[in-house]
Design a protein around this ligand. Structure first.
Ligand SMILES: *Cc1c(COP(=O)(O)O)cnc(C)c1O
Length: 234
């Protein structure tokens, strides 16, 4: 299958998942996770209509940003180090992976310098996996209350990375939990915080995530094929 056929297949599965769960197709956006993949591959699905791309490394995002069309919405989905925030604040559409007040404070500082506003999601480690970044469910509200005070940083919702599982149904519980957490936080009516976005679901489980309310699904392998881990560290 070609990249475009893969892309269409994922789009079709999203549409089907929307139908079976009574959701509007327009409420779900597919992010093509292009980490480790070369620019011509991104260009191929860009030409096919894709405008949302996800990267997990700052340098790679910036390199691709520089050479690809400017109407692409770049999503930073990987762990972000504070010393690299300055390179992307004015380039990203959304940072999915904010998991500390210190990181948000750095984003605020750099956003002020560049006179931009930055939209973020709070990454929640719903499944409590030791190997993953993200705040705990218990700490999410207090973290959001602090970050809400930053004038140039705008919390738009929550993100989670579910465990790697054979059967996607095993991850349904985590998607339900993230959705519930976002409803609980929304009901607090915190200034400068909205809970419109749920970023959840990857190649193995995005259909389940859509049925549980995902607004962004992040699909890499399902579009681009397996990543070559031998030549890259991610
Ligand atoms: C790599 C990655 C994805 C995509 O994973 P696939 O299983 O290839 O679809 C999604 N989200 C994050 C945060 C990632 O790092």
């Amino acid at each position: 299958m070609t990249l475009c056929q893969n892309y269409d297949k994922v789009m079709g599965a999203i549409e089907q998942a929307c139908k079976t769960s009574g959701r509007k197709r327009a409420d779900v956006t597919l992010i093509a996770v292009s980490k480790t993949k070369p620019v011509p591959m991104l260009q191929e699905i860009y030409d096919h209509g894709c405008r949302d791309f996800g990267e997990n490394k700052v340098q790679e995002l910036v390199d691709k940003y520089d050479v690809l069309p400017k109407d692409i919405r770049w999503h930073m989905i990987g762990h972000l180090q504070r010393n690299k925030v300055k390179y992307i604040v004015d380039k990203v559409f959304l940072i999915h992976s904010v998991d500390s007040v210190r990181l948000a404070a750095e984003i605020q500082k750099e956003a002020e310098k560049k006179h931009v506003d930055v939209n973020i999601l709070i990454e929640v480690n719903v499944a409590c996996e030791e190997t993953k970044f993200g705040t705990t469910v218990e700490d999410t509200l207090s973290m959001i209350q602090e970050i809400a005070g930053f004038s140039r940083v705008h919390i738009k919702g929550l993100m989670t990375i579910a465990p790697y599982v054979e059967n996607a149904e095993q991850n349904r519980q985590y998607f339900v939990k993230l959705k519930q957490l976002s409803v609980d936080i929304m009901q607090k009516n915190i200034d400068n915080v909205c809970m419109d976005i749920l970023s959840m679901g990857m190649t193995g489980d995005y259909e389940v995530a859509v049925t549980e309310g995902a607004s962004y699904v992040r699909v890499g392998t399902g579009i681009f094929g397996e990543r070559d881990y031998a030549s890259k560290e991610n």
